[in-house]
Design a protein around this ligand. Structure first.
Ligand code: AVJ
Ligand code: FE
Length: 429
């Protein structure tokens, strides 16, 4: 990106801004009831996400960089993610869908003016390399993925996209050995990396084995059929309590009909495909499966080392949309079968690290040594601690510009509406 030079960079940013807005508008191309309704207590009404991405863009690009006065200061508090919990948002005096669209497009017009006149070579870290635009682009794509999760929870038909995915391949050797040694975790150089991905630091890891592919539905089903959800041996105490309290017996969106398991995907019922990576499992479920399988979840350091020290496991080339290396960007509304991307393997031969499903890791979301908060505390800093587990690698719903091998996502260990699965690891004897 930096190599594109200031003009090429501005064109690329403008194109990416247009693309992400097209995506947000597609996900909210629905009647008002669909947009203002709360489909799940876990989620905001879709119209909240829509206006929130515009408000965020206004705060960072227009006010902070452009020096422009607030357009509608009276609405800021409504779209501050820390002010009201998601479950209370439907009762707020939110902009209605038409007003929200008008507001965000008004913001966007001015953002393009700021882009036109800003100096992207200025030393200021928000301007330099277009960082502030990377911030709002990634933010909007993240909310688009959140909107997809809301739409999946609504169980209404719609967003199944039947884009073609490559066929799966069985792994001759299902585990990959990663030798003991030092590697570099995090980055100092990826232009639009978040504060939580920085700084790069050297870390020694003993040798370990990591699954070549994410755990599939077929493999996970063996755990289910083996009574995994009824046996406290496999669960951490908090996980077992979560299973019992919620009567959990399978991944979210699965139902049993006799001997056959079905799942619902954007309102469409279909048999659970055995070759596809399992998704909609909580960290507790991932952790329990791993214990049942005689393994454990990888730490995020183990996950990142398995990528081989590049921006993407296959190298530096941007995944874009052609789908040779990874399943990203909602081309198909599902993970690709295990083994679908041999060309996307890391130098160690670990596959499907990027795309398909977010992968739960064993690690709490904590700052790296030398972490410096930038540009605001509420992106990462307020979430650090022993509350959220780290997820890596992005899902089929993640846009290519919002994921890389150093990217860190996080959520509570009991959440499963996100497009999350996992792979296992083992320490070397
Ligand atoms: C990084 C996905 C956990 O959605 O809560 C969106 C991203 N931060 N708006 C989230 C985010 C502010 C965040 N995650
Ligand atoms: Fe946000």
């Amino acid at each position: 990106l930096a190599a594109a030079g200031p003009t090429g960079l501005k064109e690329r940013i403008a194109a990416e801004l247009a693309a992400v807005r097209e995506r947000s508008l597609a996900y909210t191309d629905a009647d008002d009831d669909m947009l203002v309704r709360q489909h799940s207590l876990l989620m905001s009404p879709l119209v909240w996400d829509l206006a929130h991405v515009g408000n965020y863009e206004e705060l960072w690009v227009l006010r902070e960089v452009g020096g422009i006065e607030p357009l509608r200061p009276e609405i800021d508090h409504l779209y501050d993610a820390f002010k009201y919990p998601r479950k209370d948002r439907p009762s707020l005096p939110l902009l209605d869908p038409a007003e929200a669209r008008k507001y965000i497009s008004g913001v966007r017009g001015r953002v393009l003016d700021v882009l036109d006149r800003v100096d992207l070579t200025a030393p200021d870290p928000l301007r330099s390399g277009g960082y502030v635009f990377g911030l709002v682009l990634q933010h909007e794509h993240q909310h688009d993925e959140t909107m997809l999760a809301t739409l999946q929870l609504s169980r209404r038909p719609g967003l199944v996209r039947d884009g073609e995915l490559p066929p799966g391949r069985p792994a001759a050797d299902p585990e990959v050995h990663i030798p003991a040694g030092v590697f570099t975790m995090g980055t100092d150089t990826v232009a639009w990396a978040y504060d939580n991905e920085r700084p790069a630091h050297r870390l020694y890891l003993p040798g370990y084995r990591i699954d070549r592919h994410p755990v599939t539905n077929g493999a996970y089903l063996e755990f289910v059929e083996d009574g995994g959800y009824r046996d406290p041996r496999w669960w951490l105490p908090q996980g077992w309590e979560w299973v019992e309290r919620n009567g959990v017996e399978a991944p979210l969106f699965w139902t049993r009909d006799g001997d056959v398991w079905w799942r619902v995907r954007f309102g469409r019922e279909e048999p659970v495909p055995p070759e596809e990576p399992v998704q909609h499992v909580s960290w507790y479920e991932a952790d329990a499966y791993a214990r049942w399988a005689g393994k454990r979840l990888p730490t995020e350091a183990e996950w990142e080392k398995a990528c081989g020290g590049r921006t993407y496991p296959w190298g530096e080339a941007d995944p874009g949309h052609h789908g040779r290396w990874a399943n990203l960007g909602h081309r198909a509304a599902r993970p690709a079968p295990a083994g679908a991307f041999p060309d996307g393997a890391s130098p160690y031969g670990v596959e499907q690290l990027i795309g398909d499903v977010w992968e739960w890791t064993d690690s709490w979301f904590q700052p790296y040594p030398g972490y410096r908060c930038f540009p605001y505390e509420e992106y990462s800093k307020v979430f650090f601690g022993e509350t959220h587990r780290v997820l890596r690698g992005g899902s089929w719903a993640t846009h290519p510009s919002a994921v890389r091998t150093t990217f860190r996502n996080w959520d509570y260990p009991f959440r499963r509406q996100i497009f999350a699965g996992f792979r296992c690891a083992r320490s070397e004897e």
